[in-house]
Design a protein around this ligand. Sequence first.
Ligand code: F3S
Length: 288
Amino acid sequence: MEIIRAEKMGFCFGVKKAVETCYEISRKNISKKYILGMVVHNKDVVKEMENIGFIIVDEKDILEGTDPLKKGDTIVIRAHGTTSQIIDVLEKKEVEIHDATCIFVDKIKEILIERESLGDEIIFIGDKEHPEVKGIISFGKKVNVLKNLEELKESSLDRSKRYSVLTQTTLNKSKFLEIKEYLEKYYSNAQIFDRICGATSERQEATKKLANICDIIIVIGDLKSSNSKKLLEVAKAENPNSYLVQNDEELDMSIFSESMKIGITAGASTPEDIIKKIENKIRGNFNV
Ligand code: F3S
């Protein structure tokens, strides 16, 4: 048996920064500290943050005024960011905000605001239910959110207008290129911004490579993590013997056999200790 790790896997730059921000705050003597939603999409990380004294607060409660936050309390904004409405409420409450929004998400927000100020209308390609998208578009005035190329083709947008086109950071690169090609053909006044995060595409490429040389692929990630689910899709397309596992307790050892080459990869929100526990469980079971 051999265990091979993907060349790129696990915590990305933005997630690392958000988690470090929480640890930094926990080292200070702050009594009331909160995190807005899941700091990253991983329930073990969220549990760890609760263990070091954070309380998770819902966006919905903040908007409805049913949250426990008081003047002077501290709140961390997660890596995906949040909406302008939430920031307004928190500022009015005079809460101390530690914004751990990933710089790549912030950059898209900045471009959106700037392009609107120059008179462009925005086309945003992404999932309108995803917190990152909800956050970014809340800073715009009129943003047309379309999920994919099919929705773009079916839309009744006026093609002669001046558009700026932005996307979710985790959009699949090949899908982006198809959309770009379509826009260049039919939307002559569109300016297209490629702001897809490299961490996502690197992890997908590394997973694809791994799936082609291994007998089985274990993707480690939370069921709520969209980038982990995408890694599973990528792995399955190359190797149907691929599984998404959240932690070592969930790992079913009967899927392995002595002679296998096992590939391990992990989503951008999966911490190293969870990856190690899974590796150790396999090694311990097969004495490797
Ligand atoms: Fe940021 Fe990319 Fe991670 S946008 S949060 S570095 S996946």
